[in-house]
Design a protein around this ligand. Structure first.
Ligand SMILES: Nc1ncnc2c1ncn2[C@@H]1O[C@H](COP(=O)(O)OP(=O)(O)OP(=O)(O)O)[C@@H](O)[C@H]1O
Ligand SMILES: [Mg+2]
Length: 256
């Protein structure tokens, strides 16, 4: 089933076409990658999908409903969560509390209910903590549950961000360079985590420069270059695609 349909999405910054007529679908239960050289428009694409930026042209349909124009909070409530290229955690809060903050869109309890400690809020709080602990185990950060984010090693912080994004119970998870700064072992563990998340019923779109990870986890790849989609298909075809190889030449060459 088609979960997300991006259609003719375009965004200019002054004279620069950051995203230029990009269309693709994401099917439920799959992992899709978006790759492309630096400045290709990958993060801008995520911003357009998640309401952090508004496209000049085009539509983004989640289960047939156009979400363009929704603010980021509404997009989360509609079922799309994301992480950012640069880690965005509450540094003084523990891993557990970072995930609980991500859950607030889900909880019924408002500030007043929480302050009055009504009986059902305690139940709700307990369930929330259980769910948060579960998500920390799911991504493999359980040993840092009570550690402030500032004291957690880099690789584990990236995973914590994913747990926080999952706290909103999304149908679709967008990850912007989750492997950035991870070593080989951590990247392998990230791949297994992505499979576990997918197996929980969450569809994933991942922007990533680590081609080993991309080729391993993704069923389909969208390739952007200077704002335009230049290729789309399964990893084995993308690796051989002449336009893709051309786009990466003059970059670091080692990518494809
Ligand atoms: N808010 C903005 N204002 C002006 N230009 C922008 C803005 N955001 C992005 N750009 C430009 O749009 C282009 C696409 O940027 P984007 O961050 O989407 O690329 P990217 O594919 O995510 O690159 P990277 O792999 O380096 O993260 C770049 O040329 C960038 O400088
Ligand atoms: Mg980017």
């Amino acid at each position: 089933m088609r979960l997300l349909a991006v259609c003719d999405l375009s965004k200019r910054f002054g004279g620069l076409a950051a995203v230029d007529g990009v269309s693709f679908d994401v099917h439920e239960g799959t992992i899709k990658a978006v790759i492309g050289p630096n400045g290709a428009g990958k993060s801008t694409l995520f911003n357009l999908i998640t309401g952090f930026d508004r496209p000049d042209v085009g539509s983004v349909d989640l289960l047939g409903c156009n979400i363009v124009g929704m603010n980021p909070h509404k997009v989360v409530r509609a079922g799309i969560s994301r992480t950012f290229q640069n880690t965005q955690l509450f540094e003084e809060l523990t891993a557990l509390d970072n995930v609980l903050v991500g859950m607030h869109t889900q909880l019924r309890t408002g500030f007043l209910g929480g302050a009055l400690r009504l009986p059902w809020t305690l139940t709700e709080e307990r369930r929330a903590r259980e769910r948060a602990s579960y998500l920390l185990r799911l991504v493999g950060v359980e040993q840092y549950v009570m550690t402030p984010a500032a004291d957690i090693p880099h690789g584990m912080r990236r995973l914590l961000e994913i747990a926080r994004a999952l706290a909103a119970a999304p149908r679709l998870l967008l990850l912007d360079e989750p492997a950035a700064g991870l070593n080989n072992r951590e990247t392998q563990s990230l791949a297994r985590t992505l499979y576990r998340i997918r197996d929980e019923g969450v569809t994933i779109v991942v922007v990533e420069h680590d081609m080993g990870l991309v080729m391993e986890v993704s069923e389909e790849i969208v390739v952007l270059d200077r704002g335009r989609k230049i290729a789309e298909g399964p990893p084995l075809l993308i690796q051989k695609d002449a336009a893709v190889i051309e786009a990466y030449l003059g970059e670091e060459g080692e990518y494809v």
